[in-house]
Design a protein around this ligand. Structure first.
Ligand code: ZN
Ligand code: ZN
Length: 269
């Protein structure tokens, strides 16, 4: 079985554990064919720099990946150079050209913020308990996601229903499904693939991102899949991909995608 873990982090983001060599060793031990390093993109003006690299760290990131790539030479593992790009409303005109210029194999587009609320950060869990927060976060999140896929270019739509992380699931109403279906249609037309992110199995919601309902909608929109462990520690590399593949098959998918130089490679199951 070929494995492509396209969503992993490095210690440069300041909330991941383990050295780059330990991550590489874990990917090799897991028998991966593609190991994608996709750390959090720095934000304009150093905002939120406590949980991501600074712009000034970026050359170190580039070096780290090329160093790991050199170390993997001669093995059956391909190291991919990527980034997890955040959506910063009103600032993407600064971010996108820089990301576009860089020689990435692919870019993951993700949203971790609604306004100033880092909704997936356990430090702000109290915020979720406030009356009305869940509804508001899901609303703003869906608006932002639509803007993001419409106005930016990236290859992989990361953890599409991340706001469910702490168990505040959306009400899967007709309008909710419609909004997601619309987002998937836009993403599909732009050639984006949907990430099956297994980190959801290890947080309070205990469910892969995205849910089965959303996977079925993505399939209907013609999207393909990629896998991501979202590893922030070497032991999480390639975790639960068998579970992810079983779910993907049940939803009618016949394989997964990986990327080299922003070109999609389709791998059948
Ligand atoms: Zn992270
Ligand atoms: Zn993420």
């Amino acid at each position: 079985m070929r494995i492509a873990d396209l969503h992993t982090h490095t210690a440069l983001c300041k909330h991941a554990k383990g050295t780059a060599e330990e991550f590489l060793a874990a990917a090799l031990a897991r028998g991966e064919s593609w190991y994608g390093i996709s750390d959090h993109c720095p934000w304009p003006a150093g905002y939120d720099s406590e949980s991501r690299m600074e712009i000034s760290d970026f050359p170190r990131y580039r070096e780290l990946v090329s160093d790991i790539r050199a170390k993997a030479e001669g093995t059956s593992l391909k190291v991919l150079y990527a980034i997890e790009m955040d959506y910063v409303p009103g600032r993407m005109e600064e971010v996108c050209p820089l990301v576009e210029k860089e020689d990435f194999d692919y870019v993951i587009g993700s949203i971790h913020y609604t306004g100033n609320f880092a909704f997936d950060n356990p430090d702000f869990l109290e915020e979720w308990k406030r009356e009305g927060t869940a509804e508001q976060v899901w609303n703003v999140y869906l608006d932002s996601l639509k803007e993001y896929v419409t106005s930016c270019n990236f290859q992989i739509l990361g953890h599409a229903d991340l706001p469910k992380k702490f168990g505040y699931r959306p009400v899967e109403s007709e309008s909710f499904r419609k909004r997601f279906a619309e987002i998937f249609e836009i993403a599909s037309a732009k050639g984006m693939v949907l990430e099956l992110n297994t980190a959801g199995l290890h947080v309070p919601v205990h469910e892969i991102y995205p849910s089965r309902t959303l996977l079925e909608l993505a399939k209907r929109a013609g999207m393909k899949l990629s896998y991501g462990s979202d590893a922030h520690a070497p032991e999480a590399i390639g975790r639960d991909f068998e579970t992810a593949a079983a779910l993907a098959r049940e939803c009618g998918f016949s394989g997964f995608a990986t990327f080299e130089k922003r070109h999609m490679i389709e791998v059948p199951f």
